[in-house]
Design a protein around this ligand. Structure first.
Ligand SMILES: [Zn+2]
Length: 679
């Protein structure tokens, strides 16, 4: 029987033929396409002519197309429509792919050719995009140790293996801590304030555990409901402490040793590759470029945000006092009182807003925003094969009516879908043999489902999430590059959130909301009062929130920008030194950030946490340009379109300046966050 993953896709727009793909097709398809990719690479190596850009770098870029097609189908399904079988397969497939990737990067003969091209090509003969590809390819090898002696290469492999092992332990400890904790409550009186939805979930959890009453856990929805709404201060304190002391209890799940070891190994690894610190190595391929620049960025923001955050905190304390709090406000009180204060100030309850944000209307609003900005149109198609009935498919056309992309939208939670929202692609845009392969882009969310009687009504947070993911999708769909590895969202890490975050701004503009924020029953436009409420509440306690983000960014730099190995000897001491200046409330005994800072110790955010704020600076500054000229101004829009189309083919700072005419300025963000005018 033939394997549809390996045959030619004769579908409309050559989209994946989901309905014919079965789980048992994946492993053989991956293995076969790896073998194909190896053959392609062998051919590059066997080429007897002098190595040049086309026969080496471009040929390498063009290899493995089948593999990336198969693996993107696999991993997209693994995230959006998974089951035990796929999860087990992933355990098998992931190491094979890692091995294949390493085989390429460790191939000495292949690197010899790449290096020859790198050292001998006259850059004037290459376009900017080609120079980018050459640089990226060469650095990919070098940053993986290609220039090292054999002994050092061996050490590098050992460090990498050790790191991947202990990073796994790090995550497992946190998971175990999260899973083993429960707060079982049988007395309803202890639950005052906690909203119905959270109580239902807690009762459900109790039932699953065959217990009476309610069970609260350290999963985020359960935790945050207690922190925000529980009137029971003891309960808040207990759960706050449990949540923030994960993997910091001097038992077998303690992460302190691992944290120190990860920091040391990363430092050692960077030095081996010729960099003074891990941050220096990482930031070389970021818009920020150097640890010094990141540190200055963070400390400047800190200096500006702190006085405003202190004012916010004092106001909160006064409010709490009026509400009868006859004690010093602690960290486990702040969410509770700020939620109350927010309600009293703005009264923009989700339940009041939701009727104005019917999913279909919001989606149309996003499409129209894109049409007004970039002249692109979306037509729903019913003849495109999809992996689940609920997925919607659209054909996207450009201003001239030419096919631009296929767009998938998968909105509702299902048991096989992971949490959160994300944009992904089944195929990225690229050109080969003069043919422009248009991309297949998807967004996946977990929004409120429609019920029998009501359509899906989004919270305002879900509205901005939709626009955010749609912004990533536009980056992918509008792409006009030659090479897939430089197309769409394949840009530097601290630049990738600009296209997504900037789209969120259009959700706050009356001019735009008036197009789609209509009551689902009456068709009435959203009242101005509510729009004001949305805007003001978005900035509520923003300086305090900024301080929290800054504390994470500074802590990340403390662990990764230090050059001396001897710095990493005591977790608490290093942490206190790094974040003490960001504290607005006293530290709670027994808590620790580093031991559960998965973003930087397990995920890929090491030396990159600052990018959240960095991207906000970019999007605020970029949107200010739109605000100055009009949020649908065609000139500004067309400049921004150019930025989106360019993907990773141009250095982001250069690209940004082409759009804006100057470097980004932090002022726009401070103004938007209400920090600049000392509000
Ligand atoms: Zn994003």
């Amino acid at each position: 029987m033939s394997n549809p993953l390996l045959s030619e896709w004769k579908t409309q727009f050559t989209t994946p033929p989901f309905s014919t793909i079965e789980n048992n097709h994946f492993l053989p398809a991956i293995k076969k396409s790896i073998a194909d990719s190896e053959k392609e690479i062998e051919a590059i190596k066997a080429n007897k002519s002098e190595a040049n850009f086309e026969n080496t770098v471009e040929a390498l870029e063009g290899s493995g197309k089948m593999l990336s097609r198969v693996s993107s189908v696999f991993f997209n399904l693994h995230s959006a429509e998974s089951n035990d079988e796929l999860r087990n397969l992933a355990q098998e497939i992931s190491p094979i792919l890692t091995q294949h990737g390493n085989d390429i990067l460790l191939d000495e003969k292949l690197f010899e050719k790449v290096k020859y091209v790198h050292d001998h090509t006259n850059l004037e003969n290459l376009s900017d995009e080609q120079q980018m590809l050459l640089d990226k390819t060469y650095k990919g090898f070098v940053r993986n140790g290609a220039l090292l002696s054999n002994t050092d290469k061996k050490t590098l492999r050992e460090i990498d293996e050790e790191l991947s092992k202990i990073k796994l332990d790090f995550g497992n400890h946190i998971l175990a801590e999260t899973q083993q904790y429960e707060k079982h409550i049988t007395d309803e009186q202890l639950l005052a304030g906690i909203p119905e939805y959270a109580l239902t979930a807690a009762a459900e959890e109790a039932k699953n555990k065959k217990k009476e009453g309610w069970v609260f856990t350290l999963d985020f929805p359960s935790y945050s409901a207690v922190m925000k709404y529980s009137e029971n201060r003891e309960l808040r304190k207990e759960i706050y402490t449990a949540f923030n002391s994960k993997a910091f209890k001097a038992d077998k799940l303690d992460n302190r040793k691992i944290v120190l070891e990860i920091a040391r190994l990363r430092n050692q690894r960077a030095k081996l590759l010729g960099y003074p610190s891990h941050a220096k190595l990482i930031l070389e391929e970021r818009m920020a470029k150097s640890p010094e620049k990141v540190k200055t960025f963070l400390s400047d923001l800190l200096e500006k945000a702190k006085p405003v955050a202190e004012i916010e905190m004092n106001r909160l304390k006064k409010f709490a006092f009026k509400e009868g709090a006859d004690f010093e406000i602690q960290s486990y009180d702040s969410s509770f009182y700020s939620e109350k204060l927010k309600q009293s100030l703005f009264n923009v309850d989700d339940e009041v807003l939701k009727p104005y944000f019917k999913l279909e209307n919001v989606l149309d609003g996003a499409f129209e925003t894109a049409d007004l900005l970039y002249g692109i149109t979306f037509t729903e198609r019913f003849d495109i094969d999809k992996y689940h009935d609920e997925v919607k498919t659209f054909e996207v056309k450009d201003r001239e009516g030419k096919h631009l992309a296929v767009f998938y939208a998968d909105f509702f939670p299902r048991s096989g879908k992971r949490g959160g929202a994300w944009m992904t692609s089944f195929s990225d845009q690229y050109v080969s043999d003069g043919k422009d392969h248009r991309p297949q882009i998807s967004i996946v969310c977990n929004f409120n489902r429609p019920s029998k009687t009501t359509p899906s009504l989004l919270t305002f947070n879900e509205v901005t999430t939709l626009f955010h993911e749609f912004g990533h999708a536009l980056h992918g769909m509008l792409s006009r590059t030659l090479y897939a590895s430089l197309s769409g969202t394949h840009v530097y890490w601290d630049f990738v959130e600009l296209p997504s975050q900037i789209m969120e701004n259009w959700c706050f503009e009356k001019e735009n909301l008036d197009r789609f924020a209509k009551h689902y029953k009456t068709g009435k436009l959203i009242p101005v009062k509510l729009i004001d409420g949305i805007k003001n509440s978005a900035n509520f306690m923003e300086a305090s929130a900024t301080m929290r983000q800054l504390s994470f960014g500074l802590l990340d730099m403390a662990w990764h920008a230090e050059e001396k190995d001897s710095t990493f000897k005591e977790v608490t001491e290093l942490e206190e030194k790094a974040i003490d200046s960001t504290r607005l409330l006293p530290k709670i005994e027994g808590t620790n950030v580093s031991c559960q800072f998965s973003h930087i110790f397990q995920g890929g955010y090491s030396s990159g946490y600052y990018s959240y704020k960095w991207a906000e600076v970019l999007d605020a500054d970029a949107f200010e340009y739109f605000k100055e000229k009009g949020i649908f101004n065609p000139d500004v829009a067309s400049k921004f379109q150019k930025l989106l189309e360019s993907g990773g083919t141009v250095e982001p700072m250069k690209l940004y300046k082409l759009f804006r005419g100057k470097e980004p300025d932090v002022k726009a963000l401070l103004k938007r966050a209400g920090i600049l005018n000392g509000k």
